[in-house]
Write a protein that binds this ligand. Structure first.
Ligand code: PMP
Length: 457
């Protein structure tokens, strides 16, 4: 008889999961009845579940495994670091060598004026950190009343109390008491909210909502505007080209700090290293997480502009903020290995030349399907809108039920995509080949066909 422990069956795992594990963004009661998929292995752009199904991961984990699951250099770097220095903190006049190296590497890969980093474990903590940095900045400048933040409807900036306040998802706000100095404005969602305007007109109009809000609150009270270059979890809201230049103008003219949340857009997704470069704007602060370690270790942070760093350096006393694992050496080793791959293999530049445009073009061809009202993509991030009739924006079913049907069918076809409201969202690893992209499109098309059959009889 072998001594090898028997692997628990899917049923046993599922029962334990239901009995003991509360999941993020999951209906607790429903999950305890239904259970879910248990993923047990990842390889290249595929994951496998406990029942042996192989699924092409069209969401790169949770928008984080941009290089897919098979990256031995990152694994080796983690393993080596664990043997040399598994932990040391960065508090109290101390540093660890990996955090130092990672800070320098981040200064090199980010836009020129961003040369300082504050490390966190996650995107949520990084956005909380943004609030504290901004408040400290204005306090040192003698303007403590400049403390209000403006964010956008339907934005996702994380789950901690402050980050979910920045988020513009009302279903989140309904469940807790948020902070009271955050305000939300319209998102640049042309398909849903553009009305009769051209995209260019709508982009300007949506941006000018920021100016209106600043005027309403008073310029001397508004500290910062935070947004993703492309709103990801909100349904891949790709702004019209007129949007970001106008936002930049408004922030400059009204002395408002601009924060780019690059937790999804960072590290190549939109065709440049960072989304602010794709759209040509200059953030004062930049949030990162997820793909910085290819999702292999928990690491996030804020990149800080020289303008802000100089003021912070004038403050007397400690900047009273930090996490035990800020700049964790193992996470930083994973980050360094990830950046090393991206830089030495020119992964982002190569993707932006070939695979990104190919994915865009193939994804947009889904617009030929009768139930697709719009298919939009920017390099390796995409969405499509499900509709009942081409040309009309009438939806297939109430309560976005059709997108759930479509998502579930896509998984049966071997493709993981996400349902966000009435949209199907896809952000595959940036290391996909053309053949992989073709597979994504074929499977998506079949899921759309199935969905159409359910609703258009
Ligand atoms: N900002 C954005 C834009 C995100 O998409 C996310 C996570 N999806 C976060 C912040 C929060 O990051 P985390 O889950 O690492 O806390």
């Amino acid at each position: 008889m072998s001594n090898k422990p028997l692997l628990p069956t899917t049923e046993a795992l599922r029962a334990l999961d239901q009995a003991h594990h509360l999941h993020p963004f999951t209906d607790v009661g429903a999950y305890q009845k239904s259970g879910g998929r248990i993923v047990t292995r990842g390889e290249h752009i595929y994951f496998y579940d406990s029942e042996g199904s192989k699924v092409l991961d069209g969401m790169s984990g949770l928008w984080c495994c941009n290089l897919g699951y098979s990256q031995p250099k990152i694994v080796e770097a983690i393993h080596e670091q664990l043997q040399v220095l598994p932990f040391y903190n960065n508090f109290f006049q101390c540093s660890n060598d990996m955090a130092v190296k990672m800070a320098e590497a981040m200064a090199q890969v980010t836009p020129e004026h961003l040369n300082h980093v504050f490390f966190t474990n996650s995107g949520s903590e990084a956005n909380d950190t943004n609030i504290k940095i901004v408040h400290r900045y204005y306090q040192i400048l003698g303007k403590p009343e400049k403390k209000h933040f403006i964010a956008r409807n339907n934005a996702y900036h994380g789950s901690t109390v402050a980050a979910s306040s920045l988020s513009g998802m009302t279903f989140m706000h309904d469940q807790y008491t948020g902070i009271d100095y955050v305000h939300h404005i319209q998102q640049p969602y042309y398909f849903g909210e553009g009305g009769d305007l051209t995209p260019e007109e709508f982009g300007l109009q949506a941006a000018r909502e920021l100016e209106k809000k600043i005027e309403e609150l008073g310029e001397d009270k508004v500290a910062a505007f935070i947004a993703e270059p492309i709103q990801g979890a909100g349904g891949v809201i790709i702004p019209p080209d007129t949007y970001w230049p106008e936002i930049q103008r408004i922030c400059n003219e009204h002395d408002i700090l601009l924060i780019s949340d690059e937790v999804i857009c960072g590290f190549g997704r939109t065709g440049s290293w960072f989304g602010c470069q794709t759209y040509g704007f200059k953030p004062d602060l930049m949030t990162f997480a997820k793909a910085v370690t290819n999702g292999f270790q928990a690491l996030g942070g804020v990149m800080i502009s020289d303008k802000i760093a100089e003021v912070l350096a004038q403050g007397k006393g400690d900047f009273a903020h930090g996490m035990t694992y800020s700049g964790h050496p193992v996470a930083c080793a994973a980050g360094l290995a990830t950046l090393d791959i991206l830089r030495s293999q020119h992964t982002i530049e190569n993707m932006a030349k070939e695979i990104g445009p190919y994915f865009e073009q193939r994804w947009k061809s889904l617009e030929d399907h009768p139930i697709v009202g719009e298919a939009r993509a920017k390099n390796m991030v995409a969405a499509l809108e499900l509709v009942k009739h081409k040309g009309s924006k009438e939806r297939l079913a109430p309560n976005a039920a059709a997108s759930i049907v479509c998502r579930d069918q896509a998984i049966k076809e071997g493709l993981l995509v996400r349902a966000v409201g009435e949209a199907m969202v896809c952000a595959p690893p940036i290391v996909c080949s053309k053949q992989d992209i073709d597979t994504i499109i074929e499977r998506m098309f079949r899921a759309l066909d199935y969905t159409a059959k359910q609703y258009l009889r």
